[in-house]
Structures are given as C-alpha cells and as structure tokens.
Write a protein that binds this ligand. Structure first.
Ligand SMILES: NC(=O)c1ccc[n+]([C@@H]2O[C@H](COP(=O)([O-])OP(=O)(O)OC[C@H]3O[C@@H](n4cnc5c(N)ncnc54)[C@H](O)[C@@H]3O)[C@@H](O)[C@H]2O)c1
Length: 247
C-alpha cells in the first residue's frame, strides 16, 4: 500500500483528506498538534485504515528533519505529499509585526520548501511522486487584513510551478489546491454556534454557489490530483471555491 504524508492533518481540510485517502493509502498524520494527530490516526485505524501520527512544526528545519527520519524508520517510503499545514492571522496591514509576518511566511512558504525538499529525493529515486500544496483564492486576488497570508499563498503557488518544472523529468507532479471559504476551525476560530451560523450565512451570500464549502469538497480534489486520473496534470492550481474566483 502506498503512503501519503499530510501536514496539518489533525484538523479541517487535512483531516478530511486523511480520512478520504485512508480508503486506499496509508496516511501519515503530521501536525504540530500531536495530541490531535494521535486522535485522528486512532479514528482512521478504528475505521480499518492505516495511519501513523507524527509531530512536526513545518516552519522549522530541524523539526522537519526529525519527522522525516521518524517516518523513514517507522513507515518507510512516502509516495505522495500534501503540504497543507497553515495559519491565517488577520489584522490591518499597519498592525502586522515582523513576528506575525515571519510566522505566516515560514509556516506556509518555508513549510512547503522544507517538506518537499525532504521527500523529493526518494520520489526522484523511484521516478514517481505526487505533491499537492495548499494555495488559496487569495493566491490570486489578495486579502484585506490578510496581506501576509495572501503573499504566502501566492509564493506557494509560484513554488509549486517551479517544483513542477524542475521535477517533471522525474515523473513527479506538483499541483496546488486553492480553496475558497471552507468551514474549518481556521475560519471559525473562537466563534460560538450562533456567531458561526451567522458567519456561514453572510459569507455564503458572497459565494456564487451561495454557501461556504466543506473540507470534504477540498479533499476530493486532492485525491484526484494525487491519483493517476491526474497523470498529465502538473504545475496547476485548482480552486474548489463555489465560483468565487475564476481566472
Ligand atoms: N478553511 C479555508 O477557508 C481555507 C481556504 C483556503 C486555503 N486554506 C488552507 O488550507 C490549509 C488547511 O486549513 P484548514 O482550514 O483546514 O485549517 P485548520 O486550522 O483546521 O487546520 C490547520 C492544521 O495545520 C496545523 N498547523 C498549523 N501550523 C503548523 C505548523 N507550523 N506545523 C505543523 N502543523 C501546523 C494545525 O495544528 C491544524 O491542525 C491551510 O494551509 C489554509 O491556509 C483554507
């Protein structure tokens, strides 16, 4: 059975993707929230899948190196990678501190750089591999109060294309999934049920399809991009976004 490693797999889109991929792949649940990663892996194993939790902070090279070693020793080769871990701080542009900026850029762009660099050598040796990064509609259109996030997501999309070009001769594909507004803890943050219901309704009104998306509706796109059905697709960004951004 082939293995996919998903960063940020303990919550939201990553967790939905881990649940879906577990139907046909072994899943490494890599997250900085190790307790939640263990819970996610336990749930997948209870439902008959194979899952392995591992702690990582994708923004720190030594942490990614430790994770890579642990996975090599305990699970073996990684055939597919979903670089999904992310954070989404929001504040007016003038209030962004250097620490805020570094945190969002390091989690997103540096995280993709470190994780892809860690697993590309074994994919090159096998002459086979599929990588999916996490972009966003904001990669394309920018984000009020989320300037660092949008810049990071645009950087991820650029990095995705460079990796796609450089590793296409090795039969390694690298694509990005660029969701619109999806119902996850990243968006809900500390909202209570009433606030969340109001937010979903108001946010949904601005989506051509009239609603926010579900994490499972992103997971299905990742599944497609990893699969042989996407064997001739590389360097692309696909937006499960209900029609929010078309370009
Ligand atoms: N929810 C949306 O509307 C939306 C839209 C577009 C893009 N995205 C992107 O999708 C990805 C997943 O978002 P989500 O909505 O599922 O969020 P989420 O908060 O539900 O899950 C994110 C996960 O990433 C983990 N994480 C954060 N920083 C990490 C780090 N440095 N190292 C390891 N793990 C880390 C968290 O612990 C969490 O489990 C993110 O990259 C996000 O930017 C989300």
């Amino acid at each position: 059975m082939k293995t996919i490693l998903i960063t940020g797999a303990a919550s939201g889109i990553g967790l939905a993707t881990a649940r879906r991929m577990a139907a046909h792949m072994q899943v490494v649940i890599a997250d900085r929230n190790y307790e939640a990663a263990v819970l996610a892996a336990d749930e997948i194993k209870t439902n008959g899948g194979q899952a392995f939790p591992v702690a990582v902070d994708v923004s720190v090279a030594s942490s990614v190196a430790r994770m890579t070693q642990e996975v090599a020793g305990s699970v073996g080769e990684v055939h597919a990678l979903f670089c999904n871990a992310g954070i989404s701080p929001k504040k007016p542009f003038e209030d962004w501190s250097e620490a805020d900026w570094d945190s969002v850029i390091h989690t997103h762009i540096k995280g993709v750089f470190l994780c892809t660099q860690a697993f590309l050598p074994q994919m090159c040796n096998r002459k086979e591999g599929a990588i999916v990064t996490s972009g966003s509609d904001y990669s394309i259109v920018g984000h009020v109060h989320g300037s660092g996030y949008a810049a990071a997501k645009a950087g991820i999309y650029s990095l995705t294309k460079s990796i796609a070009l450089e590793f296409a001769p090795y039969n390694i594909r690298c694509n990005s999934v660029g969701p619109g507004p999806i119902e996850t803890p990243l968006i809900r943050k500390a909202m209570n049920d009433e606030q969340w219901a109001r937010h979903k309704s108001q946010r949904g009104e601005r989506v051509p399809m009239g609603r926010m998306g579900k994490p499972e509706e992103v997971a299905s796109v990742v599944d497609f991009l990893v699969s042989d059905r996407a064997a001739y697709i590389t360097g692309q960004i696909i937006h499960p976004n209900g029609g929010c951004v078309m370009w």
